[in-house]
Design a protein around this ligand. Sequence first.
Ligand SMILES: Cc1cc2nc3c(=O)[nH]c(=O)nc-3n(C[C@H](O)[C@H](O)[C@H](O)COP(=O)(O)O)c2cc1C
Length: 214
Amino acid sequence: MSLFRLDSSIRTEGSVSREVADTLERAYLEQHPGGSVIRRDVGTAPLPAEVWATAAFAGYTPEDQRTEGQKAAVALATTLADEVLRADTAVIAAPLYNFGVSQHLKVWIDLVITDPRFAPGTTPLAGRQVAIVVARGGGYGEGTPRAGWDHATDWIRRIFGDVWGAEVTLVEAELTLADVTPQMEALRPLAAEVRAKAHELAASTGKQFASRAA
Ligand SMILES: Cc1cc2nc3c(=O)[nH]c(=O)nc-3n(C[C@H](O)[C@H](O)[C@H](O)COP(=O)(O)O)c2cc1C
């Protein structure tokens, strides 16, 4: 029984998405000490962006005619897909960058989709639970000036939930820049509240992942 954990923050110190994913992981392991965690960190060890195009075109090339580069790209996609499938549950830690998805996470998703088991039309994660932990520097709630500007969260949820068939739990922390941005000083209490709620949901989700799999 295992948890797949994907990190994509480009920082390790002070990363809210990592901290909230840590809470989920800790709760999971507390509930199920025998459980293991399969890790992939594309924030500190990015996948080469050009490998995606090579893997995508390798899919249209008969196996015995593939170049060495295509074989390596397919092998990497297979490894990434295997890591997800070896686990019963997953936590995906996803910061918001430039109002969109981290390019490192995008490369990971694009590469995994080249694996035939994850191609659109398949549902490789059906019956599995996935938590998507989002961290955003600003606020994007209904009625705020930037409502609708987060172009990452819905897309990530679309891929894991609708394309791959997982049961998705969304754990959101926002206003993470309030503590270090003087103009956001008035928002600090709200930011703390939002973050505390994210940790609470992460803890209960981790616990639930462990007890359901057990
Ligand atoms: C290069 C860069 C771009 C960012 N772009 C946005 C953005 O468009 N909107 C936003 O709300 N926050 C933005 N942020 C702030 C991050 O979303 C925020 O710091 C978040 O907590 C990052 O996740 P982490 O704490 O796990 O590192 C950006 C941060 C960086 C470093």
